[in-house]
Design a protein around this ligand. Sequence first.
Ligand code: AMP
Length: 382
Amino acid sequence: MTFKELNLKDDILSAIELLGYEQPTPVQEKVIPFMLEQSTDLVALAQTGTGKTAAFGLPVLNMVDTSRKQIQALVLAPTRELCIQIANDLTNYSKHMQQLRIVAVYGGEDIRRQLKQLDQTPQIIVATPGRLIDLVERGKIDLGTIRFLVLDEADEMLNMGFKEDIETILERTPDTRRTTLFSATMPKEIANIAKRYMKNYEEITVGVRNSGAENVEHIYYVSHARQRYLVLKRIVDLNPDIYGIVFCRTRMETKEVADHLMQDGYNADALHGDLSQAQRDSVMQKFRQKNIQLLVATDVAARGLDVNDLTHVINYNLPDDIEIYTHRSGRTGRVNKKGVSVSIIHSKEKFKVKDLERMIKRTLNNNKFRTDLKFVKSSFSL
Ligand code: AMP
């Protein structure tokens, strides 16, 4: 199938062609015609990396009336990072649509700039739930004209405690709105929201969770605890074009590993909870722009980071929870790209590899470095 066959406007087709999208991804093939041709609500089970932003973004852009200066579409997302990402993607897709305005509003940033951006009414708002409600209560956003409501990563929004905010928003938008809900998983709470607030909705599932994992090669190296850092360096040396995240367990470990990498001349930086919001933003921005090749991070700190085209995910330690492993490795091997998930494990942890293989239904290859690449004895231990 081609994008042309999806009946999108020429303005949009030319923009996605410029972005190099050749053909729709499976989620796009299903969701775009549905949103353009049907009038009912939709629950789509798809995870990040499947091209879901364009799946809801392109039809919404196609249907927005740019001659009217009213808020017509609202996209809710769990984090500021994701909001920025979605707004950027939509801006790219609508590059040739004159008169279209998109504004992203999210918590953790001075509200004054966002208030100013809202002075000229946009047709599309991308928002985190809390900040949106704040702006509605200040009379700055009118939800009464919304025609399309998209809940993106709905399961994440619930995990982050946004349930009441989402319900408030659903109640304040017109009943005539069309609602599209995206979620990677279908916990009971999501089903409840769909039942309560969505009309005759259809459910579409695109592949299984972590289907992106098809493109991911899983590798592990066995190492003594003290040589972990040297194994990491070796992995990086073998992959000079690496663009990846090194996941650590603690802030302390994150700092230490990043410091050592930087001292050793690698293009790395750390992302963890001890940094201020401004510092985190700056690191994430640099990483997103590929000015940093290796981001050393904790799972929590990396949560808001929406970077799609990692070449490698490195598990400096195996996480205790296998779910976390799938989350981490799901950050690589996205749309039509190969990725590698590398784990550095202790010999005592070999049993965990079996559990992992069972869970992800894939084999983890045990790679070894060539014997002529013996490690130099390390003067420090991590
Ligand atoms: P998403 O799941 O929306 O986060 O998208 C994941 C990545 O895939 C983003 O970097 C998109 O720019 C890219 N992408 C989305 N749709 C396509 C497509 N049809 N062809 C190639 N890349 C795409």
